[in-house]
Design a protein around this ligand. Structure first.
Ligand code: ZN
Length: 1068
């Protein structure tokens, strides 16, 4: 706290308190304490204290007519309500902070701290225990709880009088009697919400739900006080045991008898989880060994004896993400093999990492008030919740929270928070994605507070925004320079533009011009804080959720054509061989002459002088610029590749949605040359700005680093490459690049294999992340993928907050007068290592979640596509075997960027290899009889049968034809899976395989006669037949649904159609 820095006047006093030791003994501590007389109240309306100089500190809003002071009983029970965005004006007392520390409630403390640190919440922490006017010494024999309450009352009185009796102070308590008054009053949480938030149903629902929950903390307290008679927590569910005491856990960890780490449950094998402790995975098998730990919790595990070690399952889950079946009862069959891994059992929890979960009530939930909610995320167990009218939420996606998981309960206990809408409606499913990935309510509703919008420049049709004369004078005027932007079609938020020109001396000037967001978004403004919290614009398959208000992102900042725009430019001077001689950074004003689309620019490069959509005269003028630019950037790119930069692949796709609201196609993201060239210009700007910011702020530059991968991450890639006769050398990025290049050349006839291997390499990489340079050694700044010493994000400030920070840092470095003045007048945290590190942590989290949200929305649209395109008949596509598992394989469809499972073995163990592989007359549900399947992981599956003259081999990267299917689900998204239709013989590699397949083809007719008839009866009776009937029924229903209300689903797409073709920002 800043207020401790300048001690003006202090008074010495003694303070004694009691603390519980680890062994639960109570000791009395006496501490010398210096009382202070000058702690600021942190209220905006105060004229006495020096509060305004406290930088980015949130202050109690002068607009509010009351502030609230919660006591311990409210903090423990209603923390979740205090966390809601609506709740502002909270005064957190030192009394509570101390109490939390004494009770080892560091997690609760961190959550409260999080509220205080968010300046939008207008909440403060007040050190009342060390403040002369509010300190409250304990009276002889006075219980701690009573003294604490007196301290809070004293604090409330002080605030009331200090603020001139103008603000009502409300003490919140569940245990002290209510007291109405116009100055200081006491309310329960329910009474407070009734008085101030009577119509906010979310808060009202929550307060009801939370009033009834049994808190895990209560349970702990009960155990603490009666540790000898544990019976009072109920009979333990079989296999569950009480957690060991904190002391036992600590001793165990120190002596390496126990291990701690984060529990990660597998979504594809639901009775398996891992705990990674010190780089080693410990397998946790079965619900009982997981012992009430939930995915994401920090747990302590005890190793099981070696005869309990097991191999991790390699099966494709038959349920995928769409199971509603119980895993609780399932038994793990221990397979003892050489490759057995250490297994363990959870004996304690260090930290619960519970969040809000999207869930659906289990189908046919019985009447009564308790129900099971099935979380959308299949790694989360079912949650028992209380709801009086289950019918109201029966077919809805709902948000639930877990409260605790007693040893006597099969399921964790939680409460209902709110409903997101009916299941399988597009808007509901999109909301579900946003909640699952922690995207804030304000961003999800595309909203900005009124106060934040007041900070925005005015730009209306009547009063269009125009640059100011004084500001123009201050900037480098580049309006006469030919500048243009290259983006996907219909791009609204244009971050970047380019320019190139020949100088009189024959040198070349290359320019990258970026929207000047930091000019409009001042540090500490509400818009700034909101953008910092959001971190990034979230792009989903059909819509986006902006980081900044649209007046900036689409208009005033966006570098539109034929209007004057402020920008921050990087101008390089290059000699004739494109060597960089000099670089200039600074604020400029530009006037873009053209918003070009990628395709148009590419056509110019391909020789077309007037591509469609560009004015012919303009096009003829721009063509030489585009060509010169390409020439320069190709050189830059090649230089970087020579240094070891990797050309990696992603399987990102975009959706084509027609005027009639139908998804007509899913197509891979464009990869024309021009994409790479524009990206190269951005990479260049980012790396030069990163270096410049580092030179200016050695200890606090926001950089983006990409750590090199480790050997184990490459295991799968190495084996896959080996199966195709290639080796991978990953000792450095340069050698890895060379390996990939050899593969590219070797697979010219089969580019898909190159693509698969490159995708695998991409997946094996570490994630790149933002860091503050003060936290790492210089050698750790290196960007492995791009082969650059320094890198940052500078080129997309409209959609990424990291870039806003980079702009501020750069501009302060180069002494831009406005930036320097802003920093001096308003105070800046942009030069503080710890603050930048904190911002980076949030940005890393936000960008990861935003990518996951994008992936989920892609899957949602892929399943919508399959739904639409299987209504009238089968949907057959070609794909590549991308991963072999013990019961089938995954097939990747490059055209759709989609990976789905193909099963060769049924759940009951019977082989289901389609007869259609050897006979084109076979029906879909006919299987090769008497077949035997041999899997050699990770590259080969061989199918033999007495009825087959030769085995059928499936190898990694084989091309196959599959039929896409949709497995319908109630509690989850519909899952796309595939059935095998045929092999694509033409692309087979390897002579032995060609032989096998050819022979199979030759013998097809003779074999057919013998087996098809013989097996027909069997096939009729096959269980799969029933499933397939069920599917037909499902399909019929879906067709019906589409006729009745389906159109409304697609109607929903209409407003987003324009944005349907989404270019995600370059992920470097
Ligand atoms: Zn004051």
């Amino acid at each position: 706290m800043n207020c401790f820095k300048d001690v003006m006047a202090t008074t010495k006093t003694d303070r004694s308190f009691f603390r519980k030791t680890r062994g639960n003994a109570i000791v009395k501590l006496v501490r010398e304490q210096y009382l202070r007389h000058d702690i600021p109240c942190l209220a905006e309306s105060c004229t006495v204290c020096p509060c305004s100089s406290l930088g980015d500190q949130g202050l109690l809003s002068k607009e509010s007519d009351h502030y609230i002071i919660p006591d311990m009983s409210v903090v423990m029970r209603y923390l979740e309500i205090l966390e809601q965005e609506e709740m502002t004006g909270i005064i957190l007392s030192q009394t509570i902070v101390t109490s939390l520390q004494q009770h080892d409630k560091s997690r609760t403390y961190r959550k409260l701290r999080h509220i205080i640190n968010d300046s939008r919440r207008k909440s403060v922490i007040f050190y009342n225990e060390v403040f002369a006017d509010t300190q409250t010494p304990r009276l002889p024999g006075e219980p701690a709880g009573e003294r604490d309450w007196r301290a809070l009352r004293k604090l409330a009185d002080w605030y009331y009088h200090h603020l001139g009796q103008k603000k009502r102070i409300i003490l919140l308590s569940e245990i002290h009697p209510q007291q109405e008054s116009n100055d200081v009053c006491v309310y329960s949480m329910q009474a407070y919400l009734n008085a101030y938030w009577p119509t906010v149903s979310l808060l009202q629902n929550l307060v009801h739900a939370l009033a009834n929950v049994e808190l895990e903390d209560d349970m702990e307290r009960i155990r603490m006080t009666s540790s000898k008679k544990r019976g009072n927590t109920g009979t333990a569910v079989q296999g569950f045991t009480e957690y060991k005491s904190t002391e036992e856990l600590e001793v165990g960890i120190k002596s390496s008898r126990f291990f701690s780490g984060t529990l990660r449950c597998r979504s594809d094998a639901r009775d398996q989880a891992y705990v990674n402790s010190a780089g080693k995975d410990i397998l946790i098998v079965g619900n009982q060994n997981r012992n009430r730990a939930v995915h994401g919790d920090t747990v302590v595990v005890e190793l099981l004896s070696e005869n309990n070690w097991a191999t991790a399952s390699n099966e494709i889950s038959y349920e995928g993400g769409s199971t509603e079946e119980d895993i609780e009862g399932s038994q793990w069959v221990v397979q003892q093999t050489e490759k057995s891994r250490p297994t363990g059992r959870v004996v304690g929890i260090l930290n619960r990492n519970w969040r809000s979960y999207v869930a659906t009530l289990q189908e046919d939930s019985p009447d009564g008030s308790f129900h099971l909610a099935v979380p959308l995320d299949s790694v989360i167990p079912k949650i028992r919740i209380r709801h009086q009218e289950a019918k109201l939420i029966q077919n809805q996606r709902i948000v639930v929270r877990i409260d605790h998981w007693p040893v006597s309960s099969q399921y964790p206990q939680g409460h209902y928070v709110r409903s997101l809408g009916p299941i399988h409606h597009l808007d509901t499913e999109i909301s579900a994605i946003l909640v699952e990935h922690g995207i804030s309510v304000s961003q999800a509703t595309q909203g900005f507070s009124e106060a934040s919008l007041k900070e925005m420049p005015i730009d209306t049709p009547e009063m269009p925004w125009r640059p100011e004369q004084d500001e123009i004078k201050r900037r480098k005027d580049l309006r006469s320079l030919t500048v243009f932007s290259i983006d996907p079609p219909n791009c609204q938020d244009i971050d970047d533009a380019l320019s190139i020109r020949e100088l009189k001396n024959g040198n070349i000037e290359l320019g990258v011009h970026i929207a000047d967001v930091s000019y409009f978004v001042k540090e500490h403004s509400l818009t700034d804080l909101e953008a910092r919290a959001r971190g990034t614009t979230v792009y989903l398959a059909d819509r986006r959720f902006d980081m900044l208000p649209s007046v900036l992102s689409e208009r005033v900042c966006s570098l539109r054509e034929n209007v004057d725009r402020y920008s921050v430019s990087v101008l390089w001077t290059l000699d004739k061989s494109y060597k960089v001689l000099d670089v200039w950074f600074g604020r400029t004003i530009i006037r873009s002459s053209c918003e070009m689309e990628y395709e148009q620019a590419q056509k110019m490069l391909d020789g077309e002088s007037t591509p469609a959509g560009v004015d012919p005269a303009l096009s003829r003028k721009l063509k030489p610029f585009v060509e010169k630019l390409a020439q320069v950037l190709r050189t830059m790119r090649n230089q970087r590749l020579a240094k070891g930069a990797l050309e990696l692949e992603s399987s990102e796709v975009k959706f084509k949605i027609t005027k009639d609201n139908e998804i007509t196609d899913i197509i891979p993201k464009d990869s024309m040359e021009i994409h790479g060239l524009v990206a190269e210009a951005m990479i260049m700007a980012n790396s030069y700005v990163g270096k410049r910011a580092y030179q200016g702020y050695k200890d606090a530059a926001l950089l983006r680093r990409h750590p090199p991968p480790s050997a184990t991450q490459f295991d799968r890639l190495i084996k896959a490459a080996k199966s195709q006769g290639f080796s991978i050398d990953f000792s450095s990025n340069r050698s890895l690049a060379r390996s990939l290049e050899i593969i590219t050349r070797g697979c010219q006839n089969n580019p898909e294999i190159t693509r698969m291997l490159k995708t695998m390499a991409t997946m094996a990489m570490n994630e790149a992340g933002y860091v503050s340079s003060g936290q790492f050694a210089v050698s750790d700044y290196y960007h492995y993928g791009l082969a650059l010493e320094y890198y940052t994000h500078f080129t997309s400030p409209i959609r990424r907050y990291a870039d806003v920070v980079a702009h501020r840092q750069l501009l302060m470095c180069v002494g831009d007068s406005v930036a320097v003045n802003d920093a001096n007048v308003r105070g800046t945290v942009m030069t503080q290592d710890s603050k930048i590190a904190e911002i980076c942590m949030n940005l890393n989290l936000k960008s990861r979640e935003s990518k996951l949200a994008q992936r989920d929305s892609t899957e949602l649209f892929q399943s919508l596509y399959v739904l639409q395109h299987t209504m009238t008949g089968p949907l057959i596509e070609s794909g590549i075997i991308s991963e072999i598992r013990s019961n089938g394989f995954y097939v990747f469809l490059p055209r759709f960027g989609l990976k789905g499972p193909v099963f060769l073995i049924e759940k009951d163990g019977s082989p289901i290899v389609p007869l259609s592989l050897v006979s084109n007359k076979a029906k879909e549900e006919d299987y090769i009889p008497n077949s035997h399947i041999e899997v050699s992981l990770p590259t080969n599956v061989s199918v033999t049968s007495a009825d087959l003259p030769h085995p059928i081999n499936f190898q990694l990267f084989d091309h196959v034809r599959v039929s896409l299917k949709l497995r319908k689900s109630h509690a989850h998204r519909h899952m796309v899976y595939m059935t095998l239709v045929g092999l694509e013989h033409t692309t087979k590699l390897g002579s032995s395989q060609v032989d096998a397949v050819t022979t199979a083809q030759l013998s097809r007719d003779t074999m057919m006669r013998s087996i098809a008839e013989q097996e027909e009866a069997k096939a009729q009776a096959n269980a799969y037949k029933d499933r397939s009937k069920e599917e037909l029924e499902t399909r019929k229903q879906m067709r019906k649904a589409a006729k009745n209300n389906g159109s409304s689903i697609y109607q929903l797409l209409e407003p987003f159609r324009k944005m349907s073709i989404i270019e995600s920002t370059t992920s470097q």
